[in-house]
Design a protein around this ligand. Structure first.
Ligand SMILES: *[C@@H]1O[C@H](CO)[C@@H](O)[C@H](O)[C@H]1NC(C)=O
Ligand SMILES: *[C@@H]1O[C@H](CO)[C@@H](O)[C@H](O)[C@H]1NC(C)=O
Ligand SMILES: *[C@@H]1O[C@H](CO)[C@@H](O)[C@H](O)[C@H]1NC(C)=O
Ligand SMILES: *[C@@H]1O[C@H](CO)[C@@H](O)[C@H](O)[C@H]1NC(C)=O
Length: 521
């Protein structure tokens, strides 16, 4: 595949990254759509006049409505972080929610380490980070039971953003007079929160003057096999060929009901402890999910799990296989050995296989743990109900690096495990309604900048997806694409590593300059 050089050269040509970018330590086999974590430095922060400001990790609380459909239910405390390091009276308020995560790990987005801070610096703005309801410690209820999560909808999240903008009083001098009719607000997001940025501007016209949506997954898709397309295209070709060979063998053996072959295959991976073949197929998918941890970097990332995986398959005693790989027999042994010797322990620790990778025991404690600050559970609620994005095998006839045994029903069954009160049986999410309500790929809104990355597995749900008609008014709804990964353009440092990302960031800043100059109270 001609394109794999791009990936290699991208990694090889980049400069050293100084951003302290935590890899995503969560159970990534659940494939969450989150943005890169960046924490702010601990040093003091001053405003333009040299006055010492509160530390960036200072937590503020906003009295948010529990239920926008029923304000009488009162309020809960929604956490936010803010700084006015660059603020001058009249400047914009630059707001972001990191979306489906505890927001504590994202305070770097207040600073010039992220596009948010660059916009604030350029425009004399203040930056604000708002925790999404039901994530971290911003909870309308004190648990994540199904009954409580009824209050977790895309619409409530949109209403939160608007109500926050219309009602918050900041500590900034004059900070009680920066409501959307008094000062321009800019909404920023990445991934799900990038989609939320676009959807909010569609749903609440007139609140946010301008938006920046990075890798915004604007089109909700139930059967999102396309997640693996960029990975298959840009991973080393030999590795892709060998993965395809193993997956084809798995699917054939399963189709023929060849129990011996399936058992031998599981055995090669040390996974005979997995009782169900779909869980085995799901386990193999985990290696592909590791791709999402890539971000631009100076060196070929041998330490990264995805690189270790492909090295294990292709790089034998320093010799890397060509584009057709090493063939099925070698691939089973090498991929299997990687699981047995390294990988299993890294994701499962001491847990047994069914506990760690299984999905068929609804009594497993993980499913009924409703304590707060469990991003996977809250995100799954949104997934099961409104957006899907099930990362499954492709239709027959397309090359598969993920088994076709995995279909949306695999995930829909897990929704029942997690939320039996809300899901008596597996059913698809209401993606059509979501897209009809918020526009999906057809969304039309003024002053929205969409940025994406060619190597982003979520690309197929963004405005850059192949075959999507681009917005007709490119001055008011531009769509840019870099050679970056998931949300790479949000992070300043990645622009200094990859010039295609720098170009997207510069374009975003330039549009903000134009649009904000046109704002009138
Ligand atoms: C900085 O000083 C100017 C002039 O004294 C004042 O008008 C402005 O409010 C100050 N800015 C902040 C953020 O305190
Ligand atoms: C099952 O698979 C094994 C290994 O590929 C093969 O040797 C055997 O012939 C298959 N059995 C049947 C009944 O197809
Ligand atoms: C192959 O692996 C060796 C370490 O075993 C490493 O030094 C070398 O850079 C790898 N080659 C490629 C092309 O990745
Ligand atoms: C988007 O537009 C296309 C073509 O007009 C249409 O078929 C599709 O249903 C629209 N999608 C949504 C979510 O409105």
């Amino acid at each position: 595949m001609a394109s794999s050089w791009l990936f290699k050269s991208l990694l090889a040509s980049s400069a050293m990254s100084s951003v302290s970018l935590a890899s995503i330590p969560d159970v990534t086999f659940r494939g969450r759509a989150s943005i890169p974590k960046i924490s702010a430095s601990k040093g003091p922060v001053y405003d333009r006049n040299g006055t010492l400001l509160p530390a960036l990790d200072t937590v503020y609380y906003f009295n948010q409505l529990i239920d926008h459909n029923n304000p009488g239910l009162g309020t809960f405390q929604q956490r936010y972080w803010t700084t006015w390091q660059f603020y001058k009276s009249g400047g914009p308020i630059v707001l972001m929610t990191p979306g489906e995560a505890n927001a504590e790990d994202y305070t770097g987005y207040l600073t010039t380490g992220a596009i948010n801070g660059l916009i604030a610096q350029q425009e004399n703005g203040a930056t604000v980070l708002l925790e999404h309801r039901f994530f971290g410690f911003s909870n309308p209820r004190d648990n994540l039971a199904s009954e409580s999560l009824e209050l977790l909808t895309i619409q409530q999240a949109i209403d939160d953003l608007a109500y926050f903008a219309e009602n918050v009083d900041f500590l900034i001098p004059g900070g009680d007079q920066v409501k959307p009719h008094q000062a321009p607000w800019v909404l920023i997001g990445g991934s799900y929160s990038g989609a939320l940025t676009s959807w909010t501007m569609v749903n609440k016209p007139g609140v946010f003057w301008a938006g920046y949506s990075s890798s915004g997954v604007v089109e909700a898709i139930t059967d999102f096999y396309d997640y693996f397309t960029p990975i298959r295209k840009y991973m080393p070709a030999g590795c892709a060929a060998d993965v395809e060979a193993v997956i084809a063998y798995l699917d054939e053996s399963d189709a023929h009901g060849n129990a011996t072959a399936l058992n031998d295959l599981k055995s090669a991976f040390g996974l005979t402890g997995l009782s169900h073949i779909d869980d085995f197929a799901s386990a193999l998918r985990t290696n592909l999910f590791d791709w999402q941890k890539y971000q631009p970097s100076k060196e070929i990332q041998h330490g990264a799990l995805f690189s270790q995986f492909c090295d294990a398959l292709e790089n034998v005693t320093g010799v890397v296989a060509g584009p057709s790989g090493r063939g099925l027999d070698h691939a089973i042994i090498a991929w299997g050995a990687f699981w047995k010797n390294t990988y299993y322990k890294s994701i499962c620790g001491q847990e047994n296989a069914d506990d760690c990778l299984g999905s068929h025991d609804p009594t497993f404690g993980y499913y009924s743990d409703t304590s707060v600050n469990n991003a996977d559970r809250s995100w799954l609620w949104i997934v099961c109900n409104q957006v899907g994005f099930y990362q499954v095998g492709p239709p027959e006839g397309q090359p598969a690096i993920v088994s076709r045994i995995l279909q949306p029903t695999y995930a829909e069954r897990e929704c029942v495990n997690y939320f039996p009160q809300a899901f008596s049986a597996p059913r698809p999410p209401t993606t059509q309604e979501t897209n009809a309500k918020y526009g999906g790929w057809n969304l039309t809104v003024d002053r929205l900048f969409s940025a994406n990355g060619l190597l982003d597995p979520w690309r197929g749900a963004t405005m850059s997806a192949d075959g999507v008609n681009k917005p007709t008014n490119v001055d008011l709804q531009p769509v840019y694409e870099s050679n970056g990964f998931h949300c790479s353009d949000l992070v300043t440092e990645y622009g200094s590593i990859d010039p295609t990302i720098a170009k997207v960031q510069a374009a975003g800043l330039s549009y903000m300059k134009t649009w904000l100059s046109e704002w009138k109270a």
